[in-house]
Design a protein around this ligand. Sequence first.
Ligand SMILES: Nc1ncnc2c1ncn2[C@@H]1O[C@H](COP(=O)(O)OP(=O)(O)OP(=O)(O)O)[C@@H](O)[C@H]1O
Ligand SMILES: [Mg+2]
Length: 471
Amino acid sequence: MTKLHVILCGSAGGRARAVLERSGIVGLRLSAARDSYDLPGIDPTDPPDMLIANGYYSEDPIFKNWRRRRSTTLQVIWIVKKRDARPRSEGDGEGIVLPESDLAALPYMVEFALREKGRPATDASERSAKPDEGPVRRIVGRSRAIQKVIASARKVLNVNSSVLVLGESGTGKELVASMVHRESARLNKPFVKVNCAAIPETLLESELFGIERRIATGVDRRIGKFEQAHGGTIFLDEIGDMTLFTQAKILRILQEKEFERVGGTESIRVDARIIAATNKDLSVEIAAGRFRSDLFYRLNVINIRIPPLRERREDIPDLVRHFVDTYSRENSLPRKKVPDDIMNVLMQYEWPGNVRELENAVERAVVIGDEDQIRRHDLPATILNALNLAPESPENPDSFNTRVADFERSLLIDALERCNWVQARAARKLGMSERSMWHLFKKYNLEELKAEGRGRRRGRRQNPMQERGTL
Ligand SMILES: Nc1ncnc2c1ncn2[C@@H]1O[C@H](COP(=O)(O)OP(=O)(O)OP(=O)(O)O)[C@@H](O)[C@H]1O
Ligand SMILES: [Mg+2]
């Protein structure tokens, strides 16, 4: 994919660079300009896709002129000091305005722009795409509680009312939402997921409703999430964390069932089934004035509550076997046995992170364990500590397994040292996936060594400065 060329202007550009570099987004090429007067000096054969600058440069004629000549598809993000800053003259309001206090949302906006760049913005392609559909996953569990959840979901497959899925984090809300879509008559249409908490307010309307082409700013026409979901299902996730502004927008579309694209005049009607989810207790949110009760009643036509895993422990053995199968297959590993004592440990634990926590624990045990069965020391320390269990009797120091483990650990430390403890780099060096590196890093408890190793390096780097008396 071609990289997104971003020009960072002036002081806001400097701060933006720091945020973008920390975010680890790939696919960006960053260059800097002192201010808008510096822009004409930038290589004219290498036009930028995006400009990030202090608001509002567009006042100055050099910038206007430059933008007209150089690039018609330039996206501009203005960083403004105050949340309520207003453009100074007409035409300045083009582009996205981001208050300095929301700078953390910048990577999201840039990713959004990257996605836009990588895909043609025509209705046909948008509609046939199924952007958020991953591999099909089965709902596992034989408890009455989970069977009741499945039965309630099946009852509402082909009605059009909104469904609200409730449950603690990691209980399987998204899984249930996707099942309702998959088993409904809408299955061949898109299932579009919107993380309501993550969209910055400045992008909300264009993200949800789309935007009309605007010649002045070079913004291309974009189809919003609601339109993408036409004929299918729109999954509004994390609705308990939406700002009141977002809630008002969502409520409007639920009431009126039609909307206009940003900058457009045509009313668009969509037929999209709405499924919403949250791990928050909405009655508490409503009482605290953080959630609109009118929106709650709209969404809560049908509600499905998934109980936490600790209230349906009889699901644990099936889930464990299911995840052992899945991750052995995914990593081409032989299928490990789960001895009774391990199953007992897993049955006793409280699972505050619910099925997601169990899934991660099993995946880790499948990948790092080096025997044909899962052992206690393959389980995360959080589980053993919570149950006051020791990681198991010390290994015989001369056994084959211990010696292989010692060798493995020293290989890792060596590679990590050479790569300044950047795990991704060390993984590449050793020809393994970042995921395996992550698991091994945890298995050998390398966190402390990493802190020490980095500290040593910093110390070494500072010495020459001290000699020169600059510190
Ligand atoms: N009953 C189940 N059978 C199989 N897998 C499950 C089950 N419940 C949850 N999972 C798996 O657990 C993980 C977490 O589920 P999911 O993302 O649906 O949870 P969630 O309730 O949406 O969590 P959050 O509130 O944190 O977003 C997923 O990988 C999902 O496939
Ligand atoms: Mg979820």
